[in-house]
Design a protein around this ligand. Structure first.
Ligand code: CDT
Length: 301
């Protein structure tokens, strides 16, 4: 009888004027609410500490303050102290600046933190959407200007006896993300996202934004027999509307819990990890039925 009580800590917007201390304070409060609801693992959004700055074209001097040089740092320490006090681990998305290969490298990162506040593992976003420079007729989304693609693969980490994978925003739309995590043994996939409610390049798809949020996560959960817990940064941030729809999805593909606001909100579900085996018995006995020898093209192109 294996269970893990998951909490998704959705946040409302983080405006550019917000201080790190204010934002970290909001996250601590959400973690306290998650702990009070019995959560054993919580997930925060992508870039949870700052506004989604890739919506602007900024120069080097303007972007510095959006990145973390180390986590925990002086301003983020209260969140790690809260984890230890509450005995509740979490996944946190943030912008990372790392000294690697003799240069400064920037990644869109998510850390998994243990219930004692120590680092369990790190993921760096692989699928970076948007462009390097703003393009006429499209919603400005410059992740490719501000980040390099992740270089840590799709790692899976042990947490309280469960196997946890991490993914960030656009990663959730790609089947390869879930399959790689599944093949690495994931039982739970934690996701953070910042998703504009409308895209200038495709107004005819506006009514599908929430459908296209849930569709790939439900399919990813079902086809890979994993639990998915996904946290939005939602609401109107610097004049741009971001979707909510944070959710916890079972390996059956069912949405087990769903946020109803576009503000700070905690949703909780006691995830039955045994359901993974049931779903594997029904159809997805991967070792028995998959035919990797026929799938080579997927890794070639
Ligand atoms: N943050 C992030 O990856 N957002 C993307 C929007 C891309 S719009 C060019 C998403 O897939 O939701």
């Amino acid at each position: 009888d294996r269970h893990l009580t998951l909490a998704v800590c959705q946040t409302g917007p983080v405006q550019r004027s917000a201080t790190r201390a204010e934002t970290v304070g909001r996250l601590v409060h959400l973690l306290e609410r998650a702990a009070a609801a019995g959560a054993e693992l919580a997930v925060f959004p992508e870039m949870a500490l700052t506004t989604f700055f890739p919506r602007w074209t900024l120069d080097e001097s303007e972007i510095e303050g959006f990145y973390e040089e180390r986590v925990p740092g002086p301003q983020t320490q209260p969140l790690f102290d809260a984890a230890r006090r509450l005995r509740l681990g979490f996944a946190l998305g943030y912008s990372e600046i790392a000294d690697e290969d003799g240069r400064k490298r920037r990644f869109n990162t998510m850390d998994l933190v243990d219930a004692d506040g120590s680092l369990v593992g790190r993921y760096r976003k692989i699928h970076l959407p948007g462009s390097e420079a703003s393009e006429a007729g499209t919603t400005v989304h410059l992740e490719r200007r501000y980040f390099e693609p992740g270089n840590l693969g799709f790692p899976v980490f042990a947490y309280r006896g469960a196997r946890i994978g991490l993914a960030l925003c656009n990663d959730r739309r790609w089947p390869e993300t879930y399959r790689m995590l599944c093949l690495n043994g994931a039982e739970v996939v934690l996701i953070g996202y910042n998703t504009p409610a409308v895209l200038a390049e495709a107004p005819t798809l506006d009514h599908l934004r929430m459908f296209h949020n849930h569709l790939p996560m439900q399919a990813g959960a079902y086809q890979n027999t994993v639990w998915v817990a996904a946290a939005a940064k939602a609401g109107v941030e610097e004049g741009q509307a971001l979707i909510g729809g944070s959710c916890i999805i079972a390996p059956t593909g069912e949405i087990a819990a769903l946020a109803v606001s576009v503000d700070d909100e905690v949703i909780v579900h006691r995830a039955d990890l045994g359901l993974i085996d049931t779903c594997r018995r029904v159809n997805f006995d991967f070792a028995r039925y998959r035919r990797p020898s026929e799938y080579g093209l997927i890794a070639e192109r």
